[in-house]
Design a binder for this molecule. Structure first.
Ligand SMILES: CC(C)(COP(=O)(O)OP(=O)(O)OC[C@H]1O[C@@H](n2cnc3c(N)ncnc32)[C@H](O)[C@@H]1OP(=O)(O)O)[C@@H](O)C(=O)NCCC(=O)NCCS
Length: 171
């Protein structure tokens, strides 16, 4: 089975926040950010699998910081773990300061995509081999997140979520 690294799927999207994309407080509308992240995640999943990919679930989104009108927003997405047909995509969202050009983290999100054939049936994807300490940390935690997502979606019985249960038993 073929193996790919997170850097092979790494996708970087930089764009401005325009007036039509803001809420009444002149900050980026949450749904607009979700759509931008979905696009970046979809490209990362496609680069990893080289197949048609569909969004299966949005596992986690934290709107920690508002993103003001006029901001330059960069979304970085890469596959953090590949399972059989599904892939976890980890997204980091950054805002760039106009004068210093230093960037600060605004948000994070985790999406799950599934690779499918022309008829929409799930197909097997290559394995993922994490390289950096952060990639390894995200890879290790991904199985728990998959189990949590499946339990919440009613697709897995809680007693089957062994990795997830171990998290509570260890702490
Ligand atoms: C995503 C989809 C292909 C899954 O199909 P399915 O019949 O549930 O297929 P399976 O049960 O074999 O699941 C396929 C994979 O998705 C994973 N999966 C399904 N639902 C999931 C969820 N809520 N969270 C995490 N993973 C999920 C399964 O665990 C499985 O992963 P694996 O093969 O890596 O072990 C199907 O539900 C679909 O086409 N949904 C619509 C997608 C779409 O249109 N998205 C855009 C929304 S507008």
């Amino acid at each position: 089975m073929e193996t790919r690294t997170p850097s092979e799927s790494r996708t970087v999207m930089t764009d401005l926040v325009l007036p039509s994309e803001t809420n009444p407080l002149n900050n980026l509308f949450g749904g607009e950010l979700l759509a931008r992240m979905d696009r970046a995640a979809s490209i990362a999943a496609r680069r990893h699998s080289r197949r048609i990919v569909v969004t299966a679930s949005v596992n986690h989104v934290a709107f920690n910081r508002a993103v003001p009108l006029g901001s330059v927003v960069t979304i970085e997405a890469s596959v953090s773990r590949a399972f059989k047909s599904s892939m976890e995509i980890y997204l980091d969202v950054w805002i760039e300061d106009r004068e210093s050009r230093t960037r600060s983290k605004a948000n994070e999100a985790i999406y799950t995509f599934v690779a499918v054939d022309d008829t929409g049936r799930p197909v097997v994807v290559p394995c993922l081999e994490p390289e950096t300490p952060l990639e390894k940390q995200r890879f290790d935690a991904a199985l728990r997140r998959k189990q949590l997502s499946l339990v919440l979606a009613g697709k897995m019985r809680p007693e089957e979520a062994t990795e997830l249960k171990a998290l509570f038993e260890d702490h």
